[in-house]
Design a protein around this ligand. Structure first.
Ligand code: NI
Length: 386
């Protein structure tokens, strides 16, 4: 059981960070807060890793590869509307994705590991900037944070599940998240004489409808995927036919093969619609994080650690496919690991999802997450040494 004093400290850290949220690559105050706690624990650390990241190391009883634990530091450009006493003091910026909680939890894991017997193998604590931009993990990997790492673990607070549950699931637990843009070039003209123009609004509208058939008609429905258009800019006046239109969207998939199919279909349909109407359509796809796929063996270790943390009935699986992206998947391109979710629902507030201005979570999750992270580092080390 977690001592009440650590739980209180974790709540205080979370609330302090929550009041002072910082966007990706700007997390300097948050990073200094992390460094202060690490100093109190007498742990060596490096700051300014990949701009604003912090990486600390807890020595092991043995030399050898280390077990990495990762938290994210950044907030979102959202105006907070929770009414909480510790609401954001920064206009237009809010911790609406629980990264304040993740940072506090990882510091809690450090407190637990420092208090108990030293870990068998070294434990590396990675406080990553800029998860929301999906660029933070890659930057830290380039900075070498995975050097000598044997396995990496992390997790996300989730208000879909009751507080006290740990959600440990084999397979895809987050989707790939790619962005695309479509630039349509037609021919502008007078609204009264459409035959002299190539109407980019009509071409764009057809394209939006045609793209909806990729997921509904081309992809196996057993493999969850999404193609969403979130932006459609065109035109300047009601009596002018627009010569240009610009569309932007998001592509999600849980399976790397499906991801490739979605990209191909978008290009094919854009080419066909362009030809159909004698327009030009430029397609640009920007790849984001790949799907986050937990392997069976790493998930087995995570489940062992979860069962050491909460009772058996509280260790559950994802109840539904999750199409959100998470840049933790980049780490798993390099080393094995597992990503779990920490149930943190506040009864009555289920309707306020992550990234909403009213998002909040049950702070009891902080101690549970800290305990799980400490436990998984020990379980993982034992599995390597056995
Ligand atoms: Ni998040």
């Amino acid at each position: 059981m977690l001592s009440p004093d650590i739980q209180q400290q974790l709540i205080a850290i979370r609330r302090d960070i929550h009041q002072h949220p910082e966007l990706g690559w700007q997390e300097s105050r948050t990073a200094s807060k992390v460094c202060r706690v690490l100093e109190e624990l007498d742990l060596p650390y490096r700051c300014n890793v990949g701009e604003t990241g912090v990486v600390a190391e807890i020595a092991g009883q043995l030399k050898g590869p280390c077990i990495a634990l990762r938290a994210d530091l950044d907030a979102l450009p959202i105006e907070e509307e929770t009414g909480l006493s510790f609401s954001s003091r920064v206009p237009g910026v809010m911790h609406a994705c629980a990264h304040d909680g993740h940072t506090s939890m990882l510091l809690g894991a450090a407190m637990l590991l420092v208090r108990g017997d030293p870990p068998l193998l070294p434990v590396r604590l990675i406080f990553q900037p800029a998860e929301e931009t999906t660029l933070g993990a890659r930057r830290l990997i380039d900075e070498g944070v995975l050097d000598d790492v044997a396995m990496i673990f992390g997790g996300h607070i989730d208000r879909h599940y009751p507080c006290g549950t740990l959600i440990v699931t084999e397979g895809a637990v987050n989707a790939s998240s790619d962005k695309f843009s479509l630039k349509i070039s037609g021919q502008g003209g007078h609204a009264a004489r459409p035959h002299e123009a190539v109407d980019a609004v009509v071409v764009g509208s057809l394209l939006v409808i045609a793209l909806q058939t990729i997921v509904s008609r081309e992809i196996n429905p057993a493999h969850p995927s999404v193609v969403s258009i979130g932006r459609f800019d065109a035109g300047s006046a009601g009596n002018v036919i627009a010569g240009h239109a610009h569309l932007e969207g998001s592509i999600r998939a849980q399976d790397p093969v499906v991801r490739t199919e979605l990209h191909k279909s978008i290009r094919r349909i854009a080419d066909s619609v362009a030809q159909l109407h004698d327009a030009r359509i430029e397609v640009a796809i920007r790849r984001g994080p790949p799907p986050l796929i937990n392997s069976d063996d790493m998930t087995g270790l995570a489940r062992t650690a979860a069962l050491q943390t909460v009772t058996r009935d509280k260790v559950i699986k994802l109840s539904t496919a999750n199409m959100g992206g998470e840049d933790f998947s980049y780490y798993l391109d390099h080393v094995p690991g597992c990503y779990v979710r920490y149930g943190a629902q506040i009864p009555g507030r289920e309707g306020y999802p992550a990234h909403s201005s009213q998002f909040d979570f049950d702070e009891d999750v902080l101690g549970i997450g800290a305990t799980y992270l400490a436990n998984i580092s020990r379980v993982a080390a034992r599995s390597i040494l056995s």
